[in-house]
Every structure is written in structure tokens, then in C-alpha cells.
Design a protein around this ligand. Structure first.
Ligand SMILES: [Zn+2]
Length: 307
């Protein structure tokens, strides 16, 4: 079933290009990417003012201009006993309402975590880059009685205060991307942890705030002995979005997005950080370098660190 979609033929081609470059042995630390599922987004929307003649060379699309997007979560188990989940995908509560996006191969997130030997109750921290449905959907789920329940009952859920306020009183452009039932039960359970500035979550993970796509996105930085990994979220959703002016039409404040991308990329290039692209179905992670006024991907980076 899993490999039936034609997308996988294409993905195989990209995987073959991947330069395998495993991180060194990391005692006590485990980092695992989890694909929570895929959907189609309109290519024009993803690349904004960039003409298709340009973006089609960087990202495949189908006859209806649909681009396949991943929804990646990152699981980080640290040597100080934290089990940190970054983003949760779209979940399964609103799929009928969102059928336009043609979701496929959606994972049951608790099941996917069980595959890593982790029960939802063991997760200590859920970091939500922002609260659009494709990032926080699995923060809650329906239980057997049809009631809403938090998926990770013992986890602090990290969200920026400006994102939370935007979620409570959304602007006209973003209101359809927010579903109260994804997050209000988290708040009511006392599990919401709001931050207003860059914050250290654990010695291995700190949280930085970036604006643009939406106010107050959290970008987690995960420090490994080899390099720092940057979970860029929708600040840079695809490897094709590395060029600062390649800004999605979904970005609420495009000029801010432009400046914030440069801020993130400058540091990534200078410090040889690897960027994780949460929505890129073909390239999950890469290092970057500066090229004139822009930036380019230099090495696809296989992100799979286990001890
Ligand atoms: Zn997104």
C-alpha cells in the first residue's frame, strides 16, 4: 500500500541522489524524522510571484499544478531524558473539510512513535513551530467516546505568545488555517508553554523565534557534536525555497519573510548548519552556502541519528 502512489517512483530518484552522510555516534541522543503524511499544494501558491517556468525546474508538479508536500515531524531524545516532538502533522480530525489538499499516506502519529518505542505519555515536550493545521493537528485527537483529548498528556506544548494570540484572534488570511479544537484542549489541560523570546529548552535544543509566514514561528535548533540542525518549519518549507525572494503566497508578511530567511540562512551558511525542510517531499535536509546575494543547497544530508 505504502509504495503504491506514483510519487514514490519520483522520490526514489531523489533518494538515489542523496549523499549519505551519517552523523557520528551520539551517546544518549537520538534524532528521527517522522513523515506524518503528504498532501498536494498548488504550485502557484507555494512559490508566490515566481513564475512556473522557473519553479518547475526546482520542484515537480502534476497536471493540476499540484505539488506534493511532506509533513515532517522530528523526534529528539536527549541524554538528559527529554523526549521532544517537533510538529505533529495534520492529524485526522479535519480531513473531510480539507479534502482539497488530497492527503495521502497519513501516519497515525502515536503508532509511528510506538515504532520508535515511545508511548504518547512519555513525550516530555511538543514544540509547535506554529499553529496552522498541517503542523499541530495531532496535538489532539478524538477518543473512543467521540470526545476530544490531548494526544501527549504529559508534554509541555511550546508555542510563541504572538502565534498564540494570532491563533485566538486570527487575521482574515489565516483564519481558515486555524482550528480551535487542535489547541484549546491543550490550553485547558494546562499544557501550554508560551515563549516571548529565544529560549533554551534543553542543553541540546533551543528555540528561536522568526516572523513572516505567520507571527512568532518557533525554529528549533538541535545541537549535535557534528553540527547544528535547524528545523526551519515554514520559514523555509522546501529546498526550492532557499532563494530569499522565493516566498510562498501563504506568507502573511512577505517582506518580513524575506528578511527572516536571510537571517536564518546567513547563520546556517556561516556555521555549517543543516536545514530540515519539513514540507519538501524530496529533500529532507541539506547544508547551504552563500552564492552572491542568494543561497544554494550544497549537500543533501541524511538525517538519521541513532545510538
Ligand atoms: Zn506548513
Amino acid at each position: 500500500m505504502y509504495f503504491s502512489h506514483p510519487f514514490y517512483n519520483l522520490k526514489q530518484k531523489y533518494d538515489n541522489l542523496l549523499l549519505k552522510q551519517n552523523c557520528p555516534y551520539l551517546y544518549g541522543m537520538k534524532i528521527e524524522l517522522i513523515d506524518t503524511g503528504f498532501f498536494y499544494a498548488d504550485g502557484g501558491a507555494m512559490f508566490g510571484a515566481i513564475p512556473k517556468t522557473a519553479w518547475r525546474r526546482r520542484y515537480p508538479s502534476d497536471d493540476a499544478n499540484g505539488c506534493i508536500l511532506a509533513m515532517r515531524s522530528l523526534l529528539v531524545t536527549t541524554d538528559d531524558g527529554r523526549i521532544i516532538l517537533i510538529d505533529t502533522g495534520a492529524g485526522n480530525k479535519h480531513l473531510r473539510l480539507l479534502s482539497y489538499y488530497r492527503f495521502f499516506d497519513l501516519a497515525d502519529l502515536p503508532e509511528a512513535l510506538a515504532g520508535q518505542g515511545i508511548r504518547p505519555e512519555q513525550v516530555t515536550d511538543v514544540v509547535l513551530t506554529h499553529l496552522h493545521f498541517d503542523h499541530c493537528g495531532y496535538a489532539t485527537r478524538y477518543n473512543a467516546d467521540g470526545g476530544l483529548t490531548v494526544t501527549f498528556p504529559n508534554a509541555r506544548h511550546w508555542v510563541s505568545r504572538s502565534q498564540w494570540e494570532n491563533f485566538l484572534t486570527p487575521n482574515a488570511l489565516e483564519k481558515d488555517s486555524y482550528f480551535p479544537e487542535n489547541m484549546i484542549p491543550v490550553k485547558e489541560a494546562g499544557l501550554l508553554q508560551l515563549i516571548t523570546e529565544d529560549t533554551v529548552l534543553s542543553p541540546a535544543v533551543d528555540l528561536h523565534i522568526y516572523d513572516g509566514h505567520t507571527p512568532g514561528q518557533i525554529v528549533p535548533y538541535i545541537h549535535t557534536p557534528e553540527r547544528t540542525l535547524v528545523f526551519a518549519g515554514d520559514v523555509i518549507p522546501l529546498a526550492a525555497s532557499i532563494s530569499p525572494e522565493w516566498i510562498s503566497a501563504y506568507d502573511t508578511y512577505p517582506v518580513t519573510s524575506y528578511n527572516e530567511k536571510i537571517r536564518l540562512l546567513e547563520k546556517a551558511a556561516n556555521d555549517n548548519q543543516a536545514i530540515i525542510f519539513c514540507h519538501d517531499a524530496y529533500t529532507s535536509c541539506a547544508t547551504v552556502k552563500k552564492a552572491g546575494k542568494s543561497f544554494v543547497k550544497i549537500t543533501n544530508y541524511e538525517l538519521r541519528i541513532t545510538n
